[in-house]
Design a protein around this ligand. Structure first.
Ligand code: AMP
Length: 632
């Protein structure tokens, strides 16, 4: 058996040989002529010359060999429904959706924006796009009209697929009004909107633009839409992620590289086998939903559970009940969910037969030791932390038990995953850090392995400038995370180097929230920082300077204004981006050149030393914030 160290070394030293072997895990219509074309760094073309299709690999090839195996298991505790689709049934539904999209004029390379709750039609829409060579651009259902409008303008979709409403904790969350407002705000107008009517929230139809999914589905009941074979480098989707500027970036993924990367990760990292069931508790609006609710498990021939609902409703045993019922072997969630469960009666974790479950993977945010120890003890299963980003699409750091069993270390997501030449870089000297325990920026030598972003949608320059130019004099991919490595090669993540924050495993750009708050007529200036939180990992905290401070001169007035500002954020970006508090100050701490001292603000909010403040223009501004956080 190969040791993991050898496996990893080969993936770097014999890159093409290594990935040629992994490419055998998927079907190719035309074999590739080159494994990796890196003639134009940092742009990597994986499996150049090859032609394949993501939907074929996720659905059709299994529908042919195992038509009656479970493929998509939809469970909603919001509307109390459970529907199981076999591979044959999923293939039929995807063909119906594909036929509808084609009839609406969607062509290969066109974008289809998916703004949907966790319902099967969302999965059909994504797979249908892949089937016909169109790109899906899924926008998380929790985002509101301004966020949605900016994504519509960037993706310029031909068609938008949406639904009347989602539901959260039994409360209906209408989507259509937000969508209509977003389309009104956007410069780009889609030619058609396909509406799935769940009967949850009545809505107005725009004549000529809005179409009813159920009616069209009936018309295409027996549709046969063959997979369109596309070049391996053909983009499969864009997915927006927050960065340091207000404008979200469209992460663009290819087809062949992504399929190979996911297939390999299912084998070497998640250890899921065909015919088994995978349960990822994420949402299709996030990268984990793309890679490990939809494509990864299906490519591996597994059934995947798509769950609409909360982890604690009807009670905190619901996830484990599903594990028992569907004999889940691999489960994937986020540390925040584990912290939510930790607050509930632990008896729920013992109530069900979890013998099928091999491991629980957690990712998306730092996994704290008390949570990891607690859940490992209660479940009596391995808890495997893994670290990655929307950009990479699959883990950068993990324990690859499919290659060689290795111990986990609390607080560490593990070692560099095969294919990633991970280095720790000294921020000031740009030298590589080899000394164990010394902090550096986690960076990756190019080319990035298959499956990672090809570029930023329609903005190659931004791709190079953002990701490959931040390390002085070196062309290296920066993760924008601090980390340290121990003597055994295990990494520990120490937080972001930029202004991105992570709330309950969801990445938010502080700039976006600041821009939204600034649109309130009484806000002159605002700073938003991420502050440590026991449950959510981090929460956003806003400090605003008012144009008219008299509107917040009593505690009641301040509270009212705070509520009004939060409503602005809710309406524009969605409740996910709402800051935990908006506090009013008379000035913000800045350097003499006017740069906001966010790290210093964050430090005082977390009762830490703010560090070197010799460049600060007005120290009282920081003291004011400190006072707000010091119990009197
Ligand atoms: P996103 O693109 O939204 O998945 O966010 C990616 C960011 O989340 C990373 O750059 C890290 O800052 C953080 N992150 C993801 N996984 C982990 C993990 N296992 N441990 C610590 N931080 C993580």
């Amino acid at each position: 058996m190969t040791s993991y160290a050898e496996f990893h070394r080969r993936s770097i030293d014999d890159r093409d040989g290594f990935w040629r072997e992994q490419a055998g895990l998927i079907d190719w219509e035309t074999p590739f002529s080159q494994v990796c074309d890196y003639s134009n760094p940092p742009f990597a073309k994986w499996f150049a010359g090859g032609r394949t299709n993501l939907c074929h690999n996720a659905v059709d090839r299994h529908a042919k060999t195992h038509p009656d195996r479970n493929a998509l298991i939809w469970v909603s505790t919001e509307v109390d429904k459970e529907v199981v689709y076999t591979f044959a049934q999923l293939q039929a539904e995807v063909q119906r959706m594909a036929a509808i999209l084609l009839a609406q004029g969607v062509k290969p390379g066109d974008r289809v924006l998916v703004y949907m709750p966790m319902i099967p039609e969302a999965a059909f829409a994504m797979l249908a796009c892949a089937r016909i060579g169109a790109l899906h651009s899924v926008v998380f259902g929790g985002f509101a009209s301004v966020s949605l409008a900016s994504r519509i303008d960037d993706a310029q979709p031909t068609v938008i697929v949406s639904a009347d409403a989602g539901s959260r904790g039994g409360k209906v969350v209408p989507y259509k009004g937000l969508l209509d407002e977003a389309i009104r705000l956007a410069q780009h107008k889609p030619t058609a909107v396909l509406m799935v009517d769940r009967g949850l929230s009545p809505f107005e139809r725009v004549p000529g633009r809005d179409h009813d999914y159920a009616t069209l589905r009936e018309q295409h009941m027996h549709a046969e839409v063959p997979c369109t074979w596309v070049d391996s480098t053909h983009p499969s989707y864009t997915l927006y992620t927050s960065g340091t500027t207000g404008k979200p970036k469209g992460v663009q993924r290819d087809t062949g590289g992504y399929a190979v990367a996911l297939a390999a990760s299912m084998k070497h990292i998640y250890c899921g086998n065909p015919g088994e069931t995978y349960f990822s508790t994420s949402d299709i609006g996030w990268v984990v939903g793309h890679s490990y609710i939809i494509y990864g498990p299906l490519i591996a021939g597994m059934a995947t559970i798509m769950y609409e609902g909360l982890p604690i409703r009807p009670d905190a045993g619901i996830w484990w009940q599903l594990v028992e019922k569907y004999k889940v072997t691999v489960m994937f969630s986020a540390p925040t969910a584990a912290r939510v469960l930790k607050k509930q009666d632990p008896a729920y974790l013992k109530k069900y037969d979890l013998s099928s479950l091999r491991a629980l993977f957690l990712a998306g945010e730092p996994l704290d030791e008390p949570t990891a120890t607690w859940i490992a003890g209660e479940l009596n299963k391995p808890i495997i932390d893994n670290y990655w980003q929307t950009e990479t699409g699959w883990p950068i750091l993990a324990i690859c038990n499919g290659v060689e069993r290795a111990p986990t270390k609390f607080g560490s997501p593990g070692k560099a995953v095969y294919g990633y030449d991970v280095r720790l870089i000294d921020e000031t000297t740009a030298e590589e850090i080899t000394e164990p325990g010394k902090k550096g920026v986690i960076a990756v030598e190019g080319p990035l392995p298959p499956g990672c972003l090809q570029t930023v949608w329609r903005d190659d320059e931004r791709y190079v400038k953002t990701y490959w130019s931040s390390i002085h004099n070196r062309v290296m991919y920066s993760t924008f995370d601090w980390g340290v490595k121990d003597e055994d090669g295990y990494f520990f993540i120490l937080g972001r180097t930029d202004d991105v924050i992570n709330v309950a495993g969801h990445r938010l750009g502080t700039r976006e929230i600041e821009e939204s708050i600034s649109s309130h007529p009484n806000v002159a200036e605002v700073a938003v920082v991420g502050v440590a939180d026991q449950l959510k990992g981090q929460v956003a905290m806003a400090f605003a300077v008012l144009k008219d401070p008299s509107q917040a001169d009593t505690p009641e007035a301040a509270l009212k204004l705070e509520g009004a500002i939060m409503k602005v954020v809710d309406d524009q970006l969605g409740a996910v981006a709402r800051p935990a508090r908006v506090r009013f100050v008379t000035g913000l701490p800045k350097t003499r050149s006017g740069k906001l001292l966010r790290r210093a603000i964050q430090a005082v909010c977390e009762a830490r030393d703010p560090g070197d403040l010799t460049t600060i223009e007005d120290p009282t501004a920081l003291l004011q914030i400190k006072d707000l956080f010091t119990p009197s």
